[in-house]
Design a protein around this ligand. Sequence first.
Ligand code: SAM
Length: 256
Amino acid sequence: MSARNDQHFLIDKKAVERIAGAIPVAGRMVLEIGPGKGVLTGALLDRGALVSAVEIDQDLVDSLAFEFAEEIRSGRFTLVHGDAVRCPLPPFDVVVSNLPYSASSKITFRLLDTGFEEAVLMYQKEFAQRMLAYPGTPECGRLSIMVQTFCAARSLFDLPPQAFSPAPQVRSTVVHLIPRDPLFPINDPDLYADIVRALFSHRRKTVRNGLKSAAGMIDRDTLQQIMDGLPEEILSLRPEALYLEDFATIANLGCP
Ligand code: SAM
């Protein structure tokens, strides 16, 4: 059984330092999602970061408020009690977090929408592998395409279950994301996001049938324009076989 609110606390001090030191944080506004008992929070504050943390668990919020009372008073630490999937996020430049695994996908999509300078995020290893899977391979999904379209993404290092208490059943991977312009120009990022979502919500269907099923999500004329413009070689593929350039081609046909 997995822990309540994915509460696996990092106990490997070297790992804490590697995560806190993965990008320069001094003087930057750092968002930490799920600070837990504050081990990473403390390391970020020690490095001169201005930390804002969002924690869902009231008991943990209370003990963090006690432990970091001085940093809160001095304005170096802001603590928000809330669900990072939906609560208003405090202002931030970068994100450094050991994410709660069951909310990883929603939080990552949210961060992509919100925007950030760079992010160091810990995920369940299999999740990170899917996120970093090359377009055109079976592991690739909606999150892989959206992350790799708008960010340079790389895996930094893995951690074993014993790095945490209680130990999870899976390995973890720390990932570094830096937003950058898409490699293939995208005329309308919202339409692009809708196309990627529509195609991967039917990942067993071909592009042709996926687009036909997207009528509730995307305007009918736009869909028709896309289908009229696409060659059979793309229409007959499944979304997992498409490359980033293909997704841009599909979306740009709907918004020339
Ligand atoms: N950062 C701490 C560490 O490394 O030891 C804790 C990491 S633990 C994997 C995940 C943390 O996220 C827990 O403290 C949990 O209470 C919190 N959490 C879970 N779901 C959350 C959510 N939706 N919004 C904010 N915090 C959440």
